[in-house]
Ligand binder design. Sequence first.
Ligand SMILES: NC(=O)c1ccc[n+]([C@@H]2O[C@H](COP(=O)([O-])OP(=O)(O)OC[C@H]3O[C@@H](n4cnc5c(N)ncnc54)[C@H](OP(=O)(O)O)[C@@H]3O)[C@@H](O)[C@H]2O)c1
Length: 361
Amino acid sequence: MAAIRQSWYLVQRPKSEKLEAGKHFEWREEPLPETLDAGSFLVRHIYLSLDPTNRIWASDVPQYMPPSPLNEVMRGLTIGVVEKSENSDYPVGTYVSYLGGFTTHNVVTKEAVAAFPPGKLDWAPGKNVPLTAYLALINLVSGFTAYVGLLETGAMKEGDVVLVSGAAGAVGSMVVQMARLKGAKRVVGIAGGATKKAYLLEELGCDAAIDYKATDNMDAAIKEACPDGVDVFFDNVGGVTLDAAFLNMKLNGRISICGAINMYNEIEGGVSGPKNFGMTLMQRLTVKGFICTDHLATLWAPFEKDCKDWVASNAIKYSVFKTEGLDKAIESLDRLFTGDKPAGAKLVCQISAEPDHIPLP
Ligand SMILES: NC(=O)c1ccc[n+]([C@@H]2O[C@H](COP(=O)([O-])OP(=O)(O)OC[C@H]3O[C@@H](n4cnc5c(N)ncnc54)[C@H](OP(=O)(O)O)[C@@H]3O)[C@@H](O)[C@H]2O)c1
């Protein structure tokens, strides 16, 4: 009997609501091809990265790349291992990171490789850099995003005061630590709940932390945490947090817009601008959005080097929260919006076992 792959197909676009299996997504099983065309290879997916942007891709609002097409496998970033190959650049046992989608297996064709070659992970069981570091740090969606948004878009310099929203999340926890490692004078994190606040102070070494769920005046809370004002605000959240940050920026401060997760589940209703935007003029602020992939050519190499140094010297903490099984992936996505995951953890879905039997190249 032919081997099968299991997948979530996007079949209906959400309308100001959270994503639901059965409504927006359909579970499908299809046979895998028995033979591969020249230049193709078959990847078994081990991990699927669960990211806030999955909610954006499911929608057809204007966005930074085309929406995930309807009636196709939902787009998603995966880590997998090549199990069959007709491509000598990707022999059996190669670990790859690419947009493999919400599916257990994928045949990567010669044309797909030409359009966007899957990245090869310099990873093997027992090597110095564990796979967890690739899932939580040395990847596009957490570590590289933090690096770009803090150092390039936010133009952080030694001695700056850095404020971070979503600070106990996958990106935010990296921003906090990179700010410290790059010489910020003061780093302040904002997150939801006492446990996440304690994590920011005790584990990540924030100088101050704000529990936004226990704060009804965010402006006052930021003023108390950053009495001399903020040089760089790294924003993952938007909404009232961004509004309050505008009131606390220093002259010539920079606001790095990484995300606005507070409104992704209602994104089809439009995104309202910050009501304190006038502070851009008063304080001569730079407010700049970024998409991490725009900076691959210039910043990936220094980022990777810094990360490997930090991992080798235990200078940076990273962790993953693994949800089990592709069948639970859609419901697991909601943890990003409820915050129901451990502080500092990158949310991933484990699709299949990490291999220990496949010969490495
Ligand atoms: N620009 C880029 O290139 C790029 C690339 C990757 C990611 N991003 C963005 O980076 C941000 C963080 O992504 P991530 O992967 O690191 O996710 P994450 O922070 O690990 O998880 C999302 C967190 O957001 C917080 N949150 C959810 N709804 C909220 C709300 N209404 N108000 C305040 N906080 C809320 C929750 O933390 P609490 O428990 O603290 O509430 C939750 O744990 C997202 O906005 C994402 O879109 C941008």
